[in-house]
Write a protein that binds this ligand. Structure first.
Ligand SMILES: [Zn+2]
Length: 76
C-alpha cells in the first residue's frame, strides 16, 4: 500500500510516518511540526489508530498548508 501526501490536491508518495511530502512539509512552520510530533505515536500508521489529538493537529496542518498554497483561500 502506498501512502501519499496529505496536502490538498497532492498525491505524491511519502513514507507512512510522514504526514506530507518534502516540499509540503517544508511549508509547515516549526511550531506546527512540533505539535505533530508531540501527538505522533510510533506505529499509529501501522495499526491505523492515531489519537484524536493527532487527527486534530493533522487537519489543522493540512488547512495551514492549503492556506499557504492558496488552495482554499477564498473559504477563509
Ligand atoms: Zn505534497
Amino acid at each position: 500500500m502506498t501512502h501519499t501526501c496529505h496536502a490538498t490536491g497532492c498525491n505524491k508518495a511519502c513514507p507512512p510516518k510522514h504526514l506530507m511530502c518534502g516540499p509540503h512539509w517544508r511549508m509547515v512552520p516549526q511550531a506546527q511540526k512540533n505539535e505533530i510530533w508531540r501527538y505522533y505515536r510510533p506505529g499509529q500508521e501501522v495499526d491505523k489508530n492515531p489519537s484524536h489529538d493527532y487527527l486534530r493537529v493533522m487537519k489543522a496542518t493540512i488547512d495551514l498548508v492549503a492556506r499557504v498554497e492558496g488552495v482554499q483561500g477564498s473559504l477563509l
